[in-house]
Design a protein around this ligand. Structure first.
Ligand code: CO8
Length: 374
């Protein structure tokens, strides 16, 4: 077979702590009751809006989420705090995201049958990095003793697929021989646990993949990347305004607009047709249609979005095994969702089987890869 670019291994690191919908809702509702009680006068005078109550049944029905993993649980359910209590580390210590990244990198390297010295590029791709510089990717590169170069890449929910796109191009161009992509998605510090509409959406996780040439791949489960496709289209419907200028703005880091916020309904309505069109066009490049696809590793934001997208593509309900859902346990893990789905659901695939890996989210951004099992 001629040389091609392949995914030769993947890894998934899951934090130990998990929070069920019931736990999250109990804490939020205690917080809301307390808020409404201490602000009763201001609420009655119309100066403040009463906090509405949340419900575990709503969350599961509207999103498919039953629970989520978090890097640090302390603080999140404490109604006097409502955000994780992550101790600050000094410059000499490994950063939190580098620690998550290293744990999952080792799993992906083992799956790809690779040593750190086989890698020459490290990309850390996720929704947020905990500092601007030095890049988390360079910290990970240093900790693994990798010679070459490394960089961080932020494209919200599409960071992982956009990084795979970059890795595919580098291997094709011969500017890298083996790329380690890592997605340490530490979302919980940016979740507004005081907001009923979004407090349930996100979880923390880390995923990783190794991309290399088929000439050097030696692992058991190798997937050829037939091609990649990316698109962005500016939208204000998903935002997080905290940034390095916030201090100069004298901005309150706890203000709702500094944390994740969205117009969820609009996102749902606008992104689903975009994703369907994007995937159809991508498959058409290879004279393929949705019926030729054996596995859909889709972005994991909302089960109803995934069902709608695959139903539109296939013209029928997808079987659970065709389009696996992981957000019941993991919730929305930003760019890692589709990679978790790949990680947990690829080993049963047969040579020649085709899969689509696709993310969609803030930006808006959509990234996809058509993969073929070798
Ligand atoms: N409990 C009870 N009721 C609720 C709750 C709750 N927790 N939340 C809302 N409701 C109520 C609403 O107030 C509303 O009441 P009413 O009809 O009286 O006004 C009713 O339930 C219905 O509300 P919605 O219309 O908002 O409900 P939806 O069915 O649309 O479901 C979702 C809400 C689940 C948010 C849904 O709209 C959705 O999933 N949309 C897609 C969003 C999406 O995919 N966003 C992507 C964001 S992720 C991303 O891009 C990455 C960003 C980077 C990571 C950030 C990390 C922090």
């Amino acid at each position: 077979m001629s040389t091609s670019v392949v995914v030769s291994g993947s890894g998934l690191w899951t934090p130990e702590n998990c929070i069920s919908n019931e736990e999250l809702v109990d804490s939020y509702n205690d917080y809301a009751e307390h808020f409404n009680r201490i602000n009763q006068v201001a609420i009655e005078q119309g100066e403040l809006t009463a906090k509405p109550f949340s419900s575990a049944e709503f969350i599961q029905k509207a999103s498919g989420i039953k629970s989520r993993y978090v890097y640090v649980k302390e603080g999140i359910l404490d109604i006097q705090r409502m955000y994780p209590d992550i101790p600050e580390r000094c410059d000499e210590q490994l950063s939190d995201q580098a620690e998550m990244a290293l744990k999952v990198a080792k799993l992906a390297l083992t799956a790809a049958n690779k040593q750190a010295q086989d890698i020459d590029v490290v990309i850390v791709a996720c929704a947020y990095t905990q500092r601007s510089y030095p890049a988390i990717a360079i910290e990970v590169q240093g900790a693994l003793g990798i010679k070459g170069f490394a960089f961080d890449m932020l494209v919200a929910c599409s960071a992982a697929t956009f990084a795979l796109h970059r890795a595919y191009e580098m291997i094709s161009a011969g500017t890298a021989k083996s790329v380690l992509l890592i997605n340490p998605e530490l979302t919980s510090p940016q979740v507004n646990y005081c907001d009923r509409d979004s407090h349930f959406i996100f979880g923390d996780v880390a995923t990783a993949m190794v991309v290399e040439s088929s000439d050097t791949a030696s692992s058991k489960h190798v997937f050829q990347i037939l091609s990649t496709k990316a698109v962005t289209d500016y939208s204000n419907n998903i935002r997080s305004n905290f940034g390095y200028v916030s201090r100069a703005n004298d901005a309150d880091p706890f203000a709702a607009d500094k944390l994740f916020h969205q117009e969820g309904r609009k996102v749902f309505k606008e992104v689903c047709p975009m994703a369907v069109e994007h995937i159809e066009e991508h498959l058409a490049r290879h004279q393929l249609t949705a019926e030729n696809v054996n596995r859909w590793w889709l972005h994991q934001a909302n089960i109803n979005m995934n069902t709608l997208i695959t139903r539109k593509l296939l013209g029928r309900e997808p079987a659970e095994s065709e389009a696996p859902i992981v957000l019941d346990k993991y919730a929305n893990t930003a760019s890692a969702g589709s990679i978790i789905a790949f990680n947990l659901h690829h080993q049963d695939m047969q040579s020649g089987d085709v899969g689509v890996l696709c993310s969609f989210g803030a930006g808006y951004s959509i990234g996809s890869l058509v993969l073929k099992k070798i």
